[in-house]
Write a protein that binds this ligand. Sequence first.
Ligand code: PGA
Length: 254
Amino acid sequence: MTRKKLIAGNWKMNGSLEANGALVRALLAGLPAAGAAADAAVCVPAPYLAQVQQLAKGTALAIGAQDVSAQASGAFTGEVSAAMLRDFGARYAIVGHSERRQYHGETDAQVADKAKAALAAGITPIVCVGETLAEREAGQTEAVVKRQLAAVIHVNGHCISEIVVAYEPVWAIGTGKTATPEQAQQVHAVLRAQLHAASTHDDRVRILYGGSMNAANAATLLAQPDIDGGLIGGASLKAADFLQIIAAASAAAA
Ligand code: PGA
């Protein structure tokens, strides 16, 4: 089965009403030329979901959030539920980004619960996994990503056919150091095999690469057999660069 590639932007804590307006308008203007053979999405800070939903309504640009609460509702000050995200048209929610694991102490089990909450609301969780530099150097890369994904499989069972996975080596995020296509492919193949063992519909699950993917290196990464798209941080804030990555994904599908 050929999976439609997905290019998702992760704006992180960047943007303003004014900057978002300009960025989304430029993306929408360029999307038709970038090609429709790939799916495109932007994961925006929660306060801007309404704005971006309005701008992107009826277009091919999907919107997503960068986190979601594992809880459905109640006394959880500061949390945003999956149903709330859904109210504003979120199609995707990133869960378990390394910045949340690192700065907010999110555990594998919490990430799995967040994925479950998203799925229950009809939102596709983009589940991030990835090793630190120390873990890579200690030869633990496979063990770490498998442990992180196993927690999500354990809690979500057959529903994992509805998730998206993003392999994001922590040492490659925001550093300009990209995994080589071979390094990325090697880990993607491991994750693919793990999904295959867990689900009869694993061939639907897209495995994105993230970590300093940009307009210059996207095509070679996306040419790897098990790389089904990208989760793009820095380069998703520049319309021209993000569009070029979408175009590369579209071309890779052709
Ligand atoms: P980057 O971020 O593209 O800026 O490295 C990717 C991510 O953290 O999702």
